[in-house]
Design a protein around this ligand. Structure first.
Ligand SMILES: Cc1cc2nc3c(=O)[nH]c(=O)nc-3n(C[C@H](O)[C@H](O)[C@H](O)COP(=O)(O)O)c2cc1C
Length: 186
C-alpha cells in the first residue's frame, strides 16, 4: 500500500462517525474550459486501480465532461482530523454494458431513496410540473444511465492542519510506476 493510501485509510477510519466526511468535491472541465465543481459521495477506495469510486448518471454533465476531458480534480476535507487531500485524477466511466457486475453491485448498495433519483428524469432538464417527482418504475434493476466513475489517482497533495507548523506533502508516480512522496512547504 502506498503512503497516501495508508493516510487516507486512517483519515476515513477517524471520520467513520461523520457521514459528511464521505462527501468530496469533484471538479471537471466543461467544453468551454470552465471548471465545473460538484459534491459526490465516496463509495469505496479501489486498491487495485488506485481509484476513488463514485456512482452517477450518464445523462449528467460530469459524465460528458469526463468523456471529453478525463483529467479532473478532487478536493476532500476531513474536518475532525483537519486534513485536506487534493487529487489529480483520471476519470473512467462504467455502465451496465461495460461492467455489469460492478454496476449491479453498486446498485444493490443504494437505498430506495438513492435509487429513486435515477428515475426522476433527465438531470438538468426543465421540470414540467410543480408537484413532487413520482417514481412508479420497478427499481430492482439499475436503469441503463446508472454508472460508476472510477477516479484513478495520479497525484496527491496532502495538507494537515493538526500541528503548528502545518504539514504538507506531495505524492506522485515515478517513471517506473512507483509512488514517491516529498514533504513540501505548506
Ligand atoms: C451531499 C451531496 C452528495 C452528492 N452525491 C452525488 C453522487 O454521489 N453522485 C452524483 O452523481 N451526484 C451527487 N450529488 C449531486 C451533485 O452534486 C450534482 O448536483 C449532480 O450530480 C449534477 O451534477 P453535474 O450536472 O455537474 O453532473 C450530491 C450532492 C450533494 C449535495
Amino acid at each position: 500500500m502506498s503512503d497516501w493510501t495508508l493516510r487516507l485509510t486512517k483519515s476515513l477510519h477517524q471520520a467513520r462517525s461523520q457521514p459528511e466526511s464521505r462527501y468530496f468535491q469533484l471538479a471537471t472541465l466543461t467544453e468551454d474550459l470552465v471548471p465545473a465543481n460538484r459534491t459526490v459521495v465516496f463509495r469505496y477506495l479501489d486498491n487495485v486501480d488506485n481509484a476513488l469510486v463514485v456512482v452517477a448518471d450518464t445523462r449528467s454533465a460530469k459524465w460528458s465532461e469526463l468523456s471529453l476531458q478525463p483529467k479532473a480534480s478532487v478536493c476532500w476535507y476531513f474536518s475532525k482530523s483537519r486534513e485536506q487531500y487534493r487529487f489529480i485524477v483520471h476519470g473512467e466511466g462504467y455502465t451496465r454494458e461495460t461492467a455489469p457486475e460492478l454496476i449491479d453491485k453498486q446498485w444493490s448498495k443504494l437505498s430506495d431513496a438513492g435509487r429513486k433519483q435515477y428515475f426522476w428524469g433527465q438531470p438538468g432538464s426543465v421540470k414540467q410540473s410543480n408537484g413532487p417527482l413520482r417514481v412508479t418504475e420497478d427499481m430492482s434493476h439499475p436503469p441503463e444511465h446508472f454508472c460508476v466513475l472510477k477516479l484513478l489517482i495520479k497525484s496527491v497533495d496532502y495538507l494537515s492542519l493538526q500541528g503548528n507548523p502545518q504539514y504538507r506533502e506531495k505524492h506522485w508516480l515515478d517513471s517506473s510506476g512507483k509512488w514517491v512522496s516529498q514533504p513540501i512547504i505548506p
